[in-house]
Design a protein around this ligand. Structure first.
Ligand SMILES: [Zn+2]
Length: 91
């Protein structure tokens, strides 16, 4: 019986696809290196907690950035709606 399928031509390595694959791998490496470097060097603390509480990041990081933790955000929202004010005093 004669088959209608013709054998596929041998797959040639596509230099452009290979370059893109290498570029994707490099982008992945750069992205994850940056994420890791950010985590290692930065500590996120809540500026509203006394004493300031770490919310995320490396506890031994040498750089600190300030934010607001969930508990403080909830408290601030509660105070703001209770007083119907957009400014809340920091404790
Ligand atoms: Zn807080």
């Amino acid at each position: 019986m004669k088959t209608l399928l013709t054998p596929l031509p041998p797959v040639q390595p596509d230099p452009e696809a290979a370059m893109q694959e290498r570029g994707g791998w490099l982008a992945w490496l750069v992205f994850h290196s940056l994420v890791l470097w950010h985590w290692v060097s930065w500590r996120h603390v809540c500026a509203w907690c006394q004493p300031m509480r770490r919310t995320s990041g490396n506890p031994l990081a040498w750089q600190t950035t300030h934010g607001c933790c969930d508990a403080c955000l909830e408290r601030l929202e509660r105070e703001a709606t209770a007083t119907n004010s957009t400014t809340v005093k920091k404790p």
